[in-house]
Design a protein around this ligand. Structure first.
Ligand code: ADP
Ligand code: MG
Length: 701
C-alpha cells in the first residue's frame, strides 16, 4: 500500500480538525488507513424497492420510492416536529421528524421522487416512519460505488451529534475510496490469489464497504481476513528465524553422568511418552549452539517438573548451573522440596532463595553460587536481583510464565555473557491456534498425556442450599483419611469483603468441624510469610484435615492425600482458574472430587463456566471453551500486543484459517527465507510496512 494511506484524516474532504479529533478519540481513527480498515459490522439490504402497501411489521426495514407531499411543521410558536406523506402508486405512509427540523423543511423539491428507507412503527393503526433515511434516486449510470447494500458502522453518541453516525462514516469512506482507489495496490503475489481463490485486494476493499451484491460480502471478508492472518504468521515466523539465528547459545553436547545416573537409579517411575518426547525436543535444542526459547505447555499434574529437572541435569553435566524460578514463595519452596526429594542422595547441590531467606544464609548462597559450588538455585523474584551472580548460568526454568513480566525475565539472562537456555512452563493450556499466534515466534512443546493410573477428578456443582449435604460429604471423606481444600475468591477490588468472606467461612468451618476431632488451617495473602508457611506445612504434613485458603494455593501445590477441592463462589472464578484449582486434587491413587459451590443467582456466563467444568477435565477443551466465551481479548498477554490489532479475524473463531495461513507462510519461507525472490517482492514490502514499529511482545528472551 501507498504512503498516501498514512495521511492524517484531517486532510480528507469533509473532515476538519473537530471531526478528526472526535474520530481519533472515539474510534482511534487517525489516518486514511485507519478509516479504510474501519469495517462495517453488518449490512442492510436495500436492493429491493417495496410498494407502500407492502409495508408490514414482518421485516425490520423497508426501502420505498415516492413523492413527498403535505410537508407541515407541527407546533405553536416553535416547531415541535415535522410530518409529511410519502406517496407512490399503491398508497401513502406518514413520515415524521423530531430532530434536524430546519434542515428537513427545505430539503425536498416538490414533485420529485425520493428513496426512503426506514423502519415502520404503528400509530393509531397506521404505519409511519420516524426519521427515515432519504436519498435521491440514483442515476443508473453512476457506477460502482452506488449500490443498495449498505454497511453499518459502529458509531457513538458524540460522533452522531457531529454528523458521523453510521451513514456519515460511510460517506467519509466513500470519499476516501473515491480519492484513493487507484492506490489500493495488491499485496499478495498473483499466483497466490489464483491458487487460494481469493478476491484481489482492491475489489475486496471496495466491496467490504460497498458491496456490489450480497454474495461478494463474504468473499471480501475472507480475502481481508486471510491477509491479516497471513501477514501476521509470516512476521511471527520471520521473527522466530531471526531470534534463532541471532541468539548464540551454549552448546550442551553431553548427556552425561548425572542425567544417566538419575535416569537409571533415581527416577521413581517410568516417564510418560510425552515426557520422553519433550526431553528429546529440549536435548535437540541444547546441541545446536543457538539459544533455546521453548514454551512447555502441559496440564496440571502432567509432570512438567520432572522434565525441568532432567533438562537441568543436562546443563549440570556440561559444567553449567541452572536456576528454577517460581511466582510465589510457597511454590518455590514446594519445588525446592520436590527436587531435593527426587534427587535423594545424588551429588547435585540445590538451594532455595526467596524474599524471606535470612541474610547470613543469603550471603553464603551468593558465595557458593559465584564459586560454582551450587548446581541448582530455586527461588522467587529474589533470583533476579543484581546481587545474585552465577559463575556459569546455562539453563533457566520459569514456572507459570504469565506471572512474570518480560522485562523481569530479561534480567535473568543477562546473568551470563552468552544467554542461558530458557524453558518456560505453563499449566494454562492455550488452544493450539491461539498459541500459534500468541507465541508464534517461540518453539512450543506439549505434554498431552497424564501419568498412568490417574482417576479423573469427579466434579459436581451445588447451590448454597445443599450446604449440609456437602458438610456431610466432607466428614465422610475426612473419616476415610482424606484432606480437603476449601478455596475462596480473592479479587483485588473487593479485597476487604473477600477477606471477610474467607474469615467467615473459616469460622463456620471451625464450628462444623470442631477441635479436637478436626483440625482446620487457614492461609491467605495478607498473612506473614512464616505464619503462612507454618499453616501450609501443617496441611502438607497431614496434621490438618481442611485447608481454608484464597487462591494463593492456586499454582502448583502438591499434596497427594488431598482429594477434595471445594470452591466457594465458584461462579466468580474464571475457567482457567477453576481448572488450576481442580488440578490440586487427583494426584494420589484415590478418587478425587471437586465441588463447585455457587449462589442461586448465576449469570449466563457463570452458569456456562460451571457446566463446562462439570462436563470435562481436559485442559485444552477448557481453554477452547474459555476462548469462545471470553474472546481472545482477555487472554494473557494479548493486550500488551501491538501486533494483534486484528480488524476482521477472530482468534477464537478463525482457528482453521490461522492454521492454514501459518502453513502457507511456512512454505514460502522454506523456499525463500528472507523474502528476496522477485515473486515475493510484494510480501516483503507489505510485511515491512505492517510491522515496522511493532514490538516483539511475546519474546521470552
Ligand atoms: P505439573 O505438570 O503440574 O507441574 P508435576 O510435575 O507437579 O506436574 O507432577 C505431578 C505429579 O505427578 C507429581 O507428584 C509427580 O511426581 C508425578 N509424576 C510426574 N511424572 C510422572 C510419571 N511419568 N509417572 C507417574 N507419576 C509422575
Ligand atoms: Mg507444576
Amino acid at each position: 500500500m501507498h504512503a498516501i494511506f498514512d495521511t492524517s484524516i484531517t486532510y480528507l474532504k469533509g473532515v476538519g480538525p473537530h471531526k478528526a479529533d472526535l474520530l481519533a478519540k472515539e474510534l482511534g481513527i487517525r489516518t486514511y488507513r485507519d478509516l479504510l480498515v474501519y469495517f462495517p459490522f453488518r449490512y442492510v439490504d436495500k436492493s429491493k424497492i417495496y410498494k407502500i402497501k407492502e409495508v408490514t411489521t414482518d421485516a425490520t426495514y423497508f426501502l420505498l420510492k415516492g413523492r413527498i407531499t403535505n410537508l407541515q411543521a407541527v407546533g405553536d410558536k416553535r416547531t415541535k416536529y415535522i410530518k409529511a406523506q410519502l406517496v407512490d402508486d399503491s398508497g401513502s405512509i406518514e413520515l415524521l421528524w423530531f430532530k434536524g427540523l430546519r434542515w428537513i423543511k427545505n430539503r425536498f423539491e416538490p414533485g420529485k421522487e425520493y428513496l426512503v428507507f426506514g423502519k415502520p412503527s404503528v400509530y393509531k393503526n397506521m404505519f409511519n416512519f420516524v426519521h427515515p433515511e432519504i436519498d435521491d434516486v440514483p442515476d443508473e449510470q453512476s457506477g460502482a460505488l452506488t449500490n443498495r447494500l449498505e454497511g453499518i458502522y459502529h458509531s457513538s453518541e458524540k460522533l452522531k451529534n457531529a454528523g458521523m453516525g453510521s451513514r456519515g462514516i460511510s460517506k467519509l469512506i466513500k470519499t476516501l475510496l473515491t480519492a484513493t482507489a487507484g492506490q489500493l495496490l495488491e499485496n499478495l503475489p498473483d499466483n497466490f490469489i489464483k491458487r487460494y481463490g481469493l478476491l484481489d485486494h482492491k475489489t475486496a476493499m471496495l466491496n467490504i464497504h460497498f458491496p456490489a451484491n450480497p454474495e461478494i460480502i463474504n468473499k471480501a471478508i475472507l480475502r481481508l481476513k486471510f491477509e491479516e492472518l497471513f501477514f501476521l504468521q509470516l512476521e511471527l515466523l520471520l521473527q522466530k528465524k531471526i531470534l534463532k539465528n541471532k541468539a548464540q547459545g551454549q552448546v550442551f553436547e553431553r548427556v552425561g553422568e548425572k542425567f544417566n545416573t538419575f535416569f537409571k537409579d533415581y527416577l521413581p517411575f517410568e516417564l510418560t511418552g510425552a515426557q520422553k518426547r519433550v526431553i528429546r525436543e529440549i536435548r535437540g535444542d541444547l546441541r545446536t549452539g543457538k539459544q533455546m526459547n521453548r514454551l512447555l505447555q502441559g496440564d496440571v499434574g502432567s509432570g512438567k517438573t520432572l522434565v525441568a529437572l532432567m533438562s537441568m541435569l543436562i546443563a549440570i553435566d556440561n559444567g553449567f548451573q541452572a536456576t528454577f524460578m517460581a511466582p510465589t514463595e510457597i511454590l518455590a519452596t514446594q519445588h525446592y522440596n520436590t527436587l531435593r526429594q527426587i534427587l535423594g542422595d545424588m551429588n547435585v547441590s540445590v538451594e532455595l532463595l526467596t524474599g524471606s531467606t535470612k541474610a547470613t544464609k543469603r550471603k553464603q548462597l551468593h558465595e557458593d553460587l559465584q564459586q560454582g559450588r551450587l548446581d541448582i538455585l530455586v527461588g522467587t523474584h529474589a533470583l533476579i536481583e543484581d546481587t545474585v551472580k552465577f559463575s556459569k548460568l546455562g539453563f533457566v526454568v520459569i514456572d507459570e510464565q504469565h506471572r512474570f513480566g518480560v522485562a523481569q525475565r530479561a534480567k535473568l539472562w543477562k546473568k551470563n555473557k552468552i544467554p542461558p537456555h530458557v524453558l518456560v512452563m505453563t499449566a494454562t493450556p492455550i488452544p493450539r491456534t491461539l498459541a500459534m499466534t500468541l507465541y508464534g515466534n517461540l518453539d512450543i512443546s506439549i505434554i498431552d498425556e497424564l501419568p498412568p493410573g490417574r482417576k479423573p477428578v469427579k466434579t459436581l456443582h451445588f447451590f448454597e442450599s445443599k450446604r449440609l449435604r456437602v458438610i456431610g460429604f466432607m466428614r465422610d471423606q475426612i473419616q476415610k483419611g482424606r484432606q480437603i481444600y476449601v478455596v475462596y475468591p480473592l479479587i483485588s477490588e473487593s479485597e476487604k469483603m473477600d477477606l471477610k468472606n474467607l474469615m467467615d467461612g473459616y469460622e463456620n468451618m471451625l464450628r462444623d468441624f470442631p477441635e479436637p476431632e478436626y483440625q482446620v488451617s487457614v492461609v491467605h495473602g495478607k498473612m506473614k510469610p512464616d505464619v503462612k508457611a507454618f499453616e501450609m506445612k501443617r496441611f502438607t504434613d497431614g496434621i490438618t484435615n481442611i485447608l481454608v485458603a484464597t487462591t494463593v494455593i492456586e499454582v502448583g501445590v502438591d499434596v497427594p492425600n488431598a482429594s477434595v477441592m471445594i470452591i466457594e463462589n465458584a461462579e466468580r472464578f474464571g475457567l482457567s482458574q477453576l481448572h488450576q484449582l481442580r488440578g490440586r486434587v487427583g494426584r494420589g491413587a484415590d478418587q478425587s472430587w471437586c465441588i463447585l459451590m455457587s449462589g442461586n443467582k448465576l449469570s449466563n456466563e457463570g452458569r456456562k463456566r460451571l457446566e463446562i467444568m462439570v462436563s470435562t477435565t481436559d485442559g485444552f477443551k477448557i481453554a477452547e471453551a474459555d476462548l469462545k466465551l471470553r474472546g481472545p481479548g482477555d487472554i494473557q498477554g494479548t493486550r500488551q500486543s501491538g501486533m494483534l490489532d486484528l480488524h476482521l479475524a477472530n482468534l477464537a473463531k478463525d482457528g482453521d484459517l490461522i492454521a492454514k495461513t501459518r502453513k502457507i507462510a511456512a512454505e514460502i519461507l522454506e523456499d525463500d527465507p528472507r523474502l528476496q525472490k522477485e515473486e515475493n517482492r510484494r510480501l516483503n514490502l507489505e510485511i515491512r510496512r505492517r510491522f515496522k514499529d511493532k514490538t516483539l511482545w511475546a519474546r521470552i528472551s
